[in-house]
Ligand binder design. Structure first.
Ligand code: UQ1
Length: 446
């Protein structure tokens, strides 16, 4: 690391961020310049897991992680928190405790990528140069894109809830406990989302909660999704239709939440086929899933991204299509897989092998097949474990039928997965269930 006074006009003239103003105005301020073998941008599931692998290969402080947050959440548990099966404090750990000890953590955010110079500029004005860049900045939640939603979510003890953010996740159980009668509406936005099963899981958990508390008769439950299908993979879509119909949940497809009037408890929906076709529905509880997009820094990095702002990688190797020393994984990558934690597990293994080949100057041979898994929790004791690939074909691990609700899969989701996450995945030791699948295939009939 060497300190220097930075007034590099070429570097700052393109930047719209605050730090460039700082560079111009505070001429006496000094900024750090860092150098490393591998720079991992993002300390979420993807960043943390790949950094653990790289830090152990490259050695102490040769891998830098750039991540501004203080806390790290095990987000797959948010649906269970919504149903009161877990608490937020059980799924939160300090960032310092989960990042690999051999890596150097810079608590700051990227504001500009300069892949031609192998540099990243941070919000505080530091410059980090790298030999290898791994982008794992996830998705941002855009509650503000739906007029009235943030306002409604800020009403104390309000009727609008959202398990997608730690800020709002506790509101759902509070609203369920207060519920007396009326419409309970669940939404799915018109954007890519992380864990596309979650908007439905919280719906089924809610339905079971109402049966348990003898309030089911008083509720009319609606699942309003902007998508044209209930689930992308047909085998599980058929199973989910049975769950929804069997529990008298009204499913409205191509129906997009566009406005919330928190003061009147009214949600406005528009048809995806005809945006002028709108309907207003009064709710007792509205569970809203925010539209999501790549973070701002990627939306401003056109040289690295596709049109939608995702890091433009080869969907098999996860290597950038233009910059061979740049890789991406997780929710911010352009690979067209379902954005789940299991997908990241598969990508980490592929990336690890391909980075090794890249550093040796060999062709990248490891290929990600789009594997994603979604434990579709359907209540307080049942779960359908969906597993599929890029072609939306089931790619199942266990020797029994997975398109049915099972208690065993519920226990796996609730009790085994958190252990696997904190102890194996974050240390870079879990690359998905491929070896279990091979083993169990010995017991499979047909
Ligand atoms: C998985 O690998 C994973 O990532 C760690 C999850 O996220 C928490 C999952 O929910 C699942 C189901 C898998 C796949 C693992 C098995 C054993 C099928």
């Amino acid at each position: 690391m060497n300190k220097f006074r930075s007034l590099n006009i070429r570097k700052i003239q393109f930047s719209s961020d605050l730090h460039s103003i700082r560079l111009f105005s505070a001429t006496s301020a000094s900024y750090d310049k860092f150098k490393c073998k591998a720079l991992v941008v993002g300390g979420g599931t993807a960043g943390c897991s790949i950094a653990a692998k790289l830090a152990s290969v490259f050695g102490k402080n040769e891998c830098i992680i750039l991540e501004p947050a203080n806390d790290h959440y095990y987000q797959p548990m948010f649906t269970m928190i919504g149903g009161g099966m877990k608490t937020l404090s059980q799924v939160r750990r300090s960032m310092a405790s989960v990042l690999p000890k051999k890596a150097k953590w810079i608590q700051d955010a990227a504001v500009r990528f300069d892949p031609d110079d192998n540099e990243v500029i941070t919000k505080q004005g530091h410059i980090i140069s790298y030999e290898l860049l791994i982008i794992a900045v996830g998705l941002q939640l855009c509650y503000g894109k739906i007029p009235g939603l943030e306002e409604a979510l800020s009403i104390p003890n309000g009727n609008v809830t959202s398990i997608y953010s730690p800020k709002y996740v506790d509101r759902h159980l509070n609203a369920l406990n207060r519920f007396e009668n009326g419409n309970i509406i669940f939404t799915f936005p018109a954007s890519p989302v992380k864990c596309p099963g979650a908007p439905q899981k919280i719906c089924y958990i809610t339905e079971h909660f109402l049966r348990k508390t003898k309030k089911r008769e008083q509720a009319h439950i609606m699942y309003n999704s902007s998508l044209p299908t209930i689930f992308g993979c047909k085998a599980y879509a058929d199973a989910l239709w049975k769950v929804a119909n069997g529990r008298s949940i009204e499913v409205n497809l191509k129906t997009n939440l566009i406005e919330v009037h928190g003061d009147k408890n009214v949600a406005v929906f528009a048809s995806m086929d005809n945006p002028n076709e709108k309907k207003s529905i009064e709710y007792s509880i509205l569970h809203a899933v925010p539209p999501q997009s790549p973070p701002q820094v990627l939306l401003e990095s056109k040289h690295l991204t596709n049109e939608a702002g995702f890091v433009d990688v080869d969907k098999a190797t996860m290597q950038h299509v233009k910059y061979p020393n740049v890789f991406a994984l997780g929710d911010c990558a352009s690979s067209p897989n379902s954005k789940t934690m299991a997908a990241i597990a598969g990508q980490v293994g592929v990336l690890n092998k391909n980075i090794e080949s890249f550093l040796k100057g060999k062709p990248l041979r490891s290929e990600y097949d789009g594997y994603a898994s979604c434990p579709l929790v359907t209540g307080y004791d049942s779960c359908i474990l969906a597993e599929f690939d890029y072609n939306l074909q089931p790619k199942e691990t266990f020797p029994f039928r997975q398109d049915v609700e099972r208690y065993s899969m519920f226990l796996m989701k609730r009790d085994f997965m958190p252990f696997l996450y904190w102890h194996l995945m974050l240390n870079g030791w879990w690359n998905g269930p491929a070896s279990f699948r091979k083993l169990f295939s010995l017991f499979k009939r047909n």
